[in-house]
Write a protein that binds this ligand. Sequence first.
Ligand code: NAI
Ligand code: MG
Length: 490
Amino acid sequence: MATASPTIAPPTVRQTQCFIGGQWVPAQSGKTFDTINPATEEPIAQVAEGDAADVNLAVEAARNALENGEWSRIDARDRGALMHRLADLMEEELDELAALESLDNGKPISDAKAADLPLAIDCLRYYAGYADKLHGQTIPIRGNYFTYTRREPVGVVGQIIPWNFPILMAAWKWGPALAAGCTIVMKPAEQTPLTCLRMGRLAQKAGIPDGVINIIPGYGPTAGASLVKHPGVDKIAFTGEYLTAQIIMSDASQTLKRLTFELGGKSPNIVFADADLEAAAAGSHFALYFNQGQCCCAGSRLFVEESIHDEFVERLIAMNQSRKLGDPLDPATEQGPQVDQAQFDKILKYIDIGNNEGAQCVSGGARWGEQGYYIEPTLFTGVTDEMKIATDEIFGPVLSVLKFKDVGEVIDRANNTPYGLAAAVWTRDIGKAHHVAAKVKAGTVWINCYDVFDAAAPFGGFKMSGMGRELGERGLDAYLESKTVTVALD
Ligand code: NAI
Ligand code: MG
């Protein structure tokens, strides 16, 4: 007999202050802000509200650690060992970190345990292995010279992350930065600061020297913007929306900082009639509804070949009807609340827009329950390319289904967007699959699968979905400068 697994008790919040030079300190202004539990709409904790003054101190600590501290002298292999130690501590605390993530973000605890935490730990271990493998080259040039290159840390890096995968985004950013020998000032999202701060504590326990990782919780236009403008910061790595990236690019222009952006998308997910329809339906459902639809690479434009359209939509509706919404800390929950009131309002507005544009809402379409930012899994059919629900990133559980007739047509329509983060194609015809993969303008293409992530596989956007790549060997590029050294041999 199956017994229901008990709901996890909310974890204790232990870190709420700024983390600067190894010290836990209140914001200089004394200000705090509430972080909210999206399942209850009630505050969980008051967190230090950092701004320019705190960023200044953090950058100073990071600069000092980079140039004078133990980190500046440590052997590369020992740097890797510290990263492994951090990953081990996260593994030891996996249950607690997952529960804290679930509490602050609203994501189902089972997702946090199965996806966010293992992927974050794996990412740190993957990059730990690179710490002592950052080789330069020896280069034959004309004349009697010896020329070689060194790969050096880019310096102090500012890292600004969003709320949809807080721990995972911290790991994606810390992994390559630490492997490269950089020092870090991170600003977590104001919606979800708690797990990043907890990771700061674990980094300290792991023995990562003071000042190597600094964390300033706070808001974008204050803490975030001062990090971007600070002349002591060499590089900004940002994940979030393209409108914010545009502000960051402009703010960073004064100091010509190195920039990497991982932005959003309106990713096409293309299902041909010759696909394994059961797998394609399950994969397409996951592609959009996973993480409450709050994924940069969500398969939010679902193109279905006309001949199988109705049957395919029936399968998706059935999955929506059996989806279990509820308390994120209940291990049986499949869908939690949206992260905050602003996202909740934005998504409901898009559902109104879809209805007014003449699309058919055939599943969901409303708030779920009376408390918490829950939205029913929602599905629109009859969506056409120019509708706003087909062009805008909604970032919620709202799927738009579009019909198509042939390969050339669907490739053109898939590419008719300023975005280019991800795409997927479902078919049993391998020639067609690789043809679509080659023609679609996106940084990642999945064939007969979706959302397959690995620390070793580069990820990032074409066009307005980003600049540069994270993960994989390429993910290190943005954290390293190349220095050419030439020696006269005469
Ligand atoms: P956002 O881009 O404003 O926030 C992301 C991070 O940037 C946060 O840490 C925020 O504090 C910081 N930030 C905001 N303004 C800044 C500034 N002027 N300078 C420096 N840092 C700044 O995204 P937001 O407002 O949380 O969500 C709005 C929409 O963005 C969502 O509805 C979704 O469409 C998209 N989004 C996409 C994400 C992705 O993974 N691609 C993640 C989060 C949001
Ligand atoms: Mg914003």
